[in-house]
Design a protein around this ligand. Structure first.
Ligand code: WT7
Length: 695
């Protein structure tokens, strides 16, 4: 067993503290090891053997690299970027940035003038390096008896066929393609095919409703929509094609008609004959794509040409189209993947996220494939046929890196250790967590039970907007504290500011911002650069504002404390309270709604809706069900409220602003902490709400 003094000796033996360590104050404590002794109980030390083989083997080594990345970003990142294939090198500047709205429009560019292609770097480059016969993708179906695999050669050929098809039907560089697919190998394949020809993919999570899909189609006006007829999730068949049909009818009403709907037949879920079809528009993938040649010239693009659009929720109703470009995103996802998971060529990597979210873009598809990794794509549900499914998959494929979300950890934890201990899991080496803060008890269960106290946990803090990891442990590099995302990645300068936007040093808590840009940063919100500036760069001028709260302890470790805006995080999915409210009020019987997040044992946060009905309508169980259904229909099942609280009136200030602080307290039944209610236009509303709390 490792003791603190052992660990310190280990650290000392690795390297001397470089001079100038003091210039990065919040890192000093851990780097110098000065306070480790006093915190023994909180710290989980890296295994000496693990550290010995790790890419970053000690705090000193990290500090050395981190310092270089901050002092000379251009040198640091261009050195890494040179490992990729560039048809033409970037201009001398490497990067340009203005993050300060007071100095003019916000603008971020990395490797401008560099000409490359991310699909080429994921596939052709790896094939040329001799990885052609290595497995790129393993596919595990919803039903354990269905699986598949593709080597890097196979994947390249299939991507080329699809790319050729898309070119043939007129998709050109810069055109949008909307993708509504479940976790089949065809999903990353489609993303890569778009990238190959310079088309901009916009993947919509196949759990979104027809209305949400239509909204996204109307916003980005795709040439083609790519989907599949159906998918099975657990025992349930979900008819995706019907959802797409309805979305295409809706978007046509808004004047956006899509000429081609390429549909993959997912035979394990639904036969062709049972699929709804519109002649002339719909076409079976299997009927056309395999006829095309298996090689396809690459469309070389500028580093700053758009790669994809991904819609995410904000604090107003309309989803934001987060735009990522090619070069910086490529370099950043590849590098973060490599270091945060201590990636080795022999690893088998599984991330349970869906490609419909940013995690699936950066860390199912691009990051791992850029590293030539073997990736698992899982179509099913983690508790089907039973709660041991994940560990069954881990043993079946000898998974060594397993990356998931706290909500899944908590739900499996609730089902008991038996499902875990039944399986060997000895292939596991590194664990990862993402989506929300991981509570220390879930962290410990993940570490002790799933990882047999052997595997470091990379708790990666980042966002759709950041493109890749921002604050995350590097496995083996330093001791962990359960529940802390620890320290910034190379090139990232997190700062904690107070309400006035002043940076606070040392032990503190406040708003999490980032100083200076990093290659993976998003460049704009599609079609709305003003909203980009207003949301992210105006709240604290000079900084990127994350929307998260954060504290830093005396050892410099970062602890994320959740969103500070009107966004809630349900099972790691970001949902705007305004979106749910606008869905609720679209019901003819709902006059007004106010939505807040409440603590939820498994989901992290649950959705709690206060609803005022129109005059003359009485609340009923049926109405409650209908309201929930309305939200499912407008956004998707994952956004369905957990609670509906009937509200004859809502607590408002005299100027009509809803006081959510009070609603949050009522929702979590912290009734003795309501605080000052005297500024309300009608304080008696609060008593009414409390009286109705049990209804
Ligand atoms: C928000 C971003 C980026 C991947 C998935 C979600 C929360 C994410 C962590 C973490 C604490 C986290 C934040 C952030 N979040 N990862 N490791 N610790 N909080 O992406 O939908 O863009 O949501 O998720 O609140 O702002 P997203």
């Amino acid at each position: 067993k490792l003791t603190t003094s052992n660990y310190l000796r280990h650290v000392e033996s690795m390297a001397k503290v470089p001079s100038g360590a003091g210039s990065i104050p919040h890192l000093n404590a851990v780097i110098l090891g000065e306070s480790l002794a006093s915190e023994e109980n909180d710290l989980i030390f890296p295994n000496v053997e693990f550290s010995g083989q790790a890419l970053v083997s000690s705090p000193q080594k990290y500090l050395e690299m981190y310092k270089r990345s901050i002092e000379d970003p251009a040198g640091f990142w261009s050195h890494i970027a040179s490992e990729f294939y560039w048809k033409e090198k970037w201009s001398k500047e490497v990067y340009y940035q203005n993050l300060d709205v007071r100095e003019g429009p916000v603008k971020i560019e990395w490797f401008k003038g560099g000409v490359t292609n991310i699909c080429y770097n994921c596939l052709d480059r790896n094939v040329e390096a001799g990885l052609g016969e290595k497995i790129a993708l393993y596919w595990e179906g919803n039903e354990p008896e269905f699986d598949g695999k593709l080597t890097y050669n196979n994947l390249l050929h299939k991507v080329c066929q699809l790319a050729n098809y898309l070119k043939d039907v007129g998709v050109k560089k810069g055109d949008a393609v909307v993708v509504y697919l479940p976790m089949l190998m065809e999903l990353p394949m489609t993303m890569l095919a778009c990238a190959r020809i310079g088309a901009v993919h916009s993947v919509v999570f196949a759990g979104f409703s027809a209305e949400s899909l239509a909204q996204r189609i109307v916003d980005c006006k795709p040439k083609v929509v790519i989907t599949c007829n159906a998918v099975k999730r657990g025992p349930k068949v979900i008819n995706l094609k019907e959802i797409v049909d309805a979305a295409l009818v809706d978007s046509a009403k808004e004047g956006i008609s899509v000429d081609i709907c390429l549909t993959y037949e997912n035979p394990t879920a639904m036969k062709r004959e049972n699929t709804t079809w519109k002649e002339g528009r719909d076409i079976w993938w299997q009927d056309v794509v395999p006829r095309y040649p298996t090689n396809c010239d690459v469309e070389w693009v500028d580093a700053e040409d758009p790669l994809f659009l991904l819609y995410t929720s904000g604090s107003t109703g309309k989803p934001k189209g987060v735009l990522h470009t090619t070069g910086g995103y490529m370099v950043y996802t590849a590098t973060t993947f490599k270091y945060a998971f201590d990636y080795k060529p022999s690893d088998v990597y599984w991330c349970t996220a869906d490609c419909g979210w940013i995690t699936g873009h950066s860390y199912v598809s691009y990051g791992p494939l850029l590293n030539g990794a073997t990736v698992i794509i899982f179509e099913g549900a983690p508790n089907y046929p039973d709660s041991g499914r994940c560990w069954d998959i881990v043993d079946k494929y000898k998974v060594s890196i397993f990356y998931t979300a706290p909500t899944l950890v908590r739900s499996l934890m609730r089902d008991g250790d038996g499902y875990v201990s039944k399986y060997s899991r000895k292939s596991l080496r590194v664990l990862g967590s993402v989506g929300e803060p991981i509570n220390p008890s879930a962290w410990r269960w993940f570490f002790n039970v799933v990882g047999d106290s052997r595997c470091p946990i990379s708790d990666t803090w980042w966002q759709t907007e950041t493109g890749g990891f921002m604050i995350s442990p590097l496995p083996g590099a330093w001791p962990q504290k359960p529940g802390s995302a620890t320290f910034p990645f190379f090139g990232v300068q997190p700062v904690i500011v107070d309400e006035k936007g002043q940076e606070i040093e040392g032990e503190c808590s406040g708003y999490l911002c980032v100083k200076s840009s990093w290659p993976g940063a998003f460049r704009t919100l599609y079609g709305d650069h003003e909203r980009y500036e207003t949301t992210y760069f105006k709240p604290f001028p000079g900084y990127y504002f994350s929307g998260d709260g954060c504290s830093r302890d005396k050892d410099g470790y970062h602890w994320l404390t959740g969103r500070v805006d009107d966004v809630i995080n349900v099972s790691g999915h970001r949902i705007g309270t305004a979106e749910v409210e606008s869905a609720l009020v679209s019901h003819p019987h709902c006059a007004e709604a106010a939505v807040v997040g409440v603590e939820h044992e498994v989901k992290g946060q649950g959705i709690y809706a206060f609803v005022t009905l129109v005059e003359g309508v009485d609340y009923s169980e049926e109405l409650r069900r209908n309201l929930i259904l309305t939200v499912r229909k407008q956004i998707g099942a994952f956004a369905a409220p957990d609670n509906i609280h009937w509200a004859p009136g809502l607590p408002k200030t005299r100027s009509g602003k809803i006081m959510r602080r009070i609603l949050r307290k009522i929702a979590s039944r912290q009734l003795d902490e309501l605080g000052d209610t005297s500024t309300l236009a009608d304080p008696s509303v609060v008593d009414q709400l409390i009286a109705l709390a049990g209804v």
